[in-house]
Write a protein that binds this ligand. Structure first.
Ligand code: ADP
Ligand code: MG
Length: 142
């Protein structure tokens, strides 16, 4: 399944994430693709709100912490940012396998750097900047 939409503000991308959350059931691996500033973390704000796992303002980029965890009755969300992970060895040290569980959803930025994640992902969401505040969001489900 492929779908495409355009948002016109960060708020609209958050709202897209909130709506998307109603369609996500664990277990899932979701790759979030797009350049820096495309809106990947903004989308996670909406997904976390949709799950009532966190308020949008409390969802921040895991660029340095690498993994943030948000819990809700419906799922445990892991927001992961692999931007700074360069080698296979560093990747393995993260032990993402340990996070995969029946109730978990992995939301991964820069996951396409690692072929195994590309193979195992269930959903891929690609954000492209098409204007100052316009973003094209494409969703591909396996
Ligand atoms: P990424 O995680 O992909 O690097 P962020 O979500 O951290 O990107 O940053 C996206 C930036 O772009 C934010 O400053 C956000 O306010 C801004 N922005 C402007 N328009 C949009 C939009 N339509 N969707 C998402 N973010 C937008
Ligand atoms: Mg980000």
């Amino acid at each position: 399944m492929t779908s495409e939409t355009i948002t016109h503000s960060a708020e609209e991308t958050v709202a897209y994430g909130r709506a998307l959350a109603t369609e996500l059931s664990p277990p899932l691996i979701v790759l979030l693709r797009g350049d820096l500033g495309a809106g990947k973390t903004t989308l996670v704000k909406g997904i976390a709100e949709g799950f009532q796992a966190a308020r949008a303002e409390d969802v921040t980029s895991p660029t340095f912490t690498l993994i943030h965890e948000y819990r809700s009755p419906r799922a445990v969300l892991y927001h992961i940012d692999l931007y700074r992970i360069e080698t296979q060895r560093e990747f393995e040290t993260l032990a993402l396998d340990d996070l995969i569980a029946p109730d978990s959803i992995l939301l991964i930025e820069w996951g396409e750097k690692f072929p195994r994640l590309q193979q195992e992902r269930d959903i891929e969401i690609t954000l492209n900047r098409v204007g100052e505040t316009e973003r094209r969001i494409q969703r591909n489900d396996r």
